[in-house]
Design a protein around this ligand. Structure first.
Ligand SMILES: [Zn+2]
Length: 349
């Protein structure tokens, strides 16, 4: 049984190809973080090596080894798979050495299973040399060897690489599907399942992690509390916050995008409340705050600030000066009751 939840389109395509023996030698699984790309890749690796008549059974020795990442013919490479000693610098790219290593392994016959499967997690993080090196392998397929590349954004990969792979898109699940899965398969209490499902934006993996790791939800709550403080803060504090975020940006871009996404969620919720659709808000546990806060803004103000957050996200992705972008964003937070405050512009240079 395929364990990945939802994703019926991708699963049925793979299932048909398996039955016809017409699998591609390389796949590119595209979808947001925690949507189920790795689960599907491992399921495919299981299906290719399963010992039962209805693969992937999930129960035979081979399926179990793959689930535990202990199968000699299924290898996963990504940023975390090396450089894990305490002194090692965080690895910025998937290196050419990692690709050479799997190329060597791909040249040898399967050790214990039927197929060799190489999963490249976060393929957008391949260095240019590594991507070129991988391309050579993709151009010369070897029988019984399958590559599965996972990415959140295929445009960050060279077209020469993506064109050699069969694309499979994994869209976010419906929030209700996440909610149902959380309560029926994971035994999560309804109220909590509802909140986690909304916060996950259809990425079940995130909701499952957050259900078992209180830290994730606590971090979310802390960031949201900080956001609410900043909305009510004076400009000095807002700009200090912008500077702090900008400093984090140089260390961890993703984290700052996560914060911006949280801002976007909050203001979209305000918009939904304002137009009378509070039943579909993300922050279901804060609906009272949202309703109260929405009273202080006009619809136009909320829409304008949502545009500002989106613009800031776009500018950061295009490598604009993070401090400047975030200061402009802080400057654009609307004043309550439609009051425009007289304040000096940040020093734009
Ligand atoms: Zn099996």
């Amino acid at each position: 049984m395929w364990q990945v939840v939802g994703q019926t389109r991708a699963v049925s395509l793979l299932q048909r190809s398996l039955e016809r023996g017409s699998l591609a030698h390389a796949y590119l699984l595209i979808g947001p973080a925690h949507v189920g790309k790795m689960t599907l890749a491992l399921n495919l690796a299981q299906a290719l090596n399963c010992e039962a008549s209805d693969p992937p059974c999930g129960e035979c020795a081979s399926c179990q080894k793959i689930a535990l990442a202990k199968h000699a013919d299924v290898q996963i490479i990504g940023l975390t798979s090396n450089g894990n000693s305490a002194e090692a610098k965080p690895q910025a790219e998937i290196s050419i050495d990692q690709i050479r290593q799997i190329q060597h392994s791909a040249s040898l016959p399967p050790f214990e299973g039927k197929h060799k499967v190489f999963i490249v997690d976060g393929a957008e993080q391949l260095s240019d040399e590594a991507a070129n090196c991988l391309l050579k392998t993709l151009e010369e397929p070897v029988s019984k060897v399958i590559f599965i590349l996972l990415t959140i954004n295929e445009r960050l990969l060279p077209a020469t690489v993506t064109s050699r792979c069969q694309r499979l898109e994994l869209p976010p699940l419906a929030v209700t599907e996440v909610e149902t899965t959380l309560s029926s398969s994971w035994g999560i209490e309804l109220q909590r399942a509802r909140l986690l499902a909304r916060l996950s934006h259809g990425c079940l993996g995130w909701a499952i992690s957050a259900a078992s790791d209180d830290g994730l939800l606590r971090q979310y709550t802390e960031r949201l509390d900080r956001l609410l403080d900043i909305i009510n803060a004076d400009y000095e504090e807002r700009f200090a916050y912008a500077a702090q975020l900008a400093a984090q940006f140089s260390q961890n871009r993703e984290l700052v995008q996560e914060v911006l996404d949280l801002w976007l969620d909050w203001w979209r919720d305000l918009l939904l409340v304002k137009v009378g659709c509070s039943d579909i808000i993300t922050n279901v546990d804060r609906s009272a705050t949202l309703i109260e806060m929405a009273k202080g803004y006009s619809l136009a103000q909320i829409k304008a600030f949502i545009n500002s957050i989106q613009a800031a996200g776009g500018q950061l992705r295009q490598n604009a000066n993070p401090r400047l972008v975030l200061e402009v964003l802080m400057f654009s937070i609307p004043g309550k009751g439609g009051v425009v405050e007289e304040i000096p512009l940040p020093n734009v240079r």
